[in-house]
Design a protein around this ligand. Structure first.
Ligand code: SF4
Length: 196
């Protein structure tokens, strides 16, 4: 088991593994080598290069919205997919408009696409289930059909987002994570809880 979250040495940050714990991931040589090999692929090289340019130009300067738009420009994408939640439709509409103003062709798909009754999908037999289910697999399939080059999610629910990532063919980034309690700012539940 890996325990990087509890490691206080963080030797990997400087390439110094002298004092690394016994279960340090660096010691898993096959993964280290095979992951390095993946970065030799042309498409991955281009992708990584894009993230380096983004970091160089925008770190501590651009908001996540700006970074996302700039990354799409750096990568030379023309067609973008936006998979959004009904609860964040207003924000999705603004973001899609911004993308279009920056010259992108945008295909946007709502979570409720398909109009599938929740009861038809549930195996719990819960009589209390009402309404239309979210359909993240449909969101991914529709954007696959549109041949989007890059997808952006806006507020998909926990779990639905995972299904979207599983089925989407184009690489996907997250613009916004849903947290209805904390104004969609999940880190608020973690900040200020450090124990000394
Ligand atoms: S990779 Fe190794 S050195 Fe880096 S945080 Fe994980 S355990 Fe620590």
């Amino acid at each position: 088991m890996f325990t990087c979250a509890n490691c206080e040495i963080i030797g990997c940050r400087k390439g110094d593994f002298e004092k690394a714990p016994a279960n340090c991931p660096i010691k898993v040589e096959d993964v280290r080598e095979s992951s390095r090999e993946e970065y030799e692929k042309e498409e991955i090289k281009k992708f990584i290069d894009g993230t380096i340019k983004l970091e160089k130009e925008g770190q501590n300067r651009w908001t996540r919205v700006e970074e996302t738009i700039q990354f799409c420009k750096i990568m030379g994408y023309k067609k973008i997919g936006v998979a959004f939640c009904l609860g964040l439709k207003k924000e999705a509409k603004i973001f899609v408009r911004m993308l279009r103003e920056h010259g992108f062709e945008v295909s946007s798909v709502i979570c409720k696409n398909g109009g599938i009754d929740k009861r038809a999908l549930s195996i719990s037999g819960d009589e209390g289930l009402r309404g239309v289910s979210c359909n993240p697999i449909g969101q991914a399939m529709l954007l696959n059909k549109e041949k989007t080059e890059f997808n952006i999610t806006v507020g998909l629910c926990v779990g639905h987002d995972a299904l979207f990532f599983k089925y989407a063919e184009a690489p996907t980034t997250v613009l916004l994570t849903k947290d209805r309690v904390l104004a969609h700012n999940p880190i608020g539940a973690l900040n200020c809880t450090h124990r000394f």
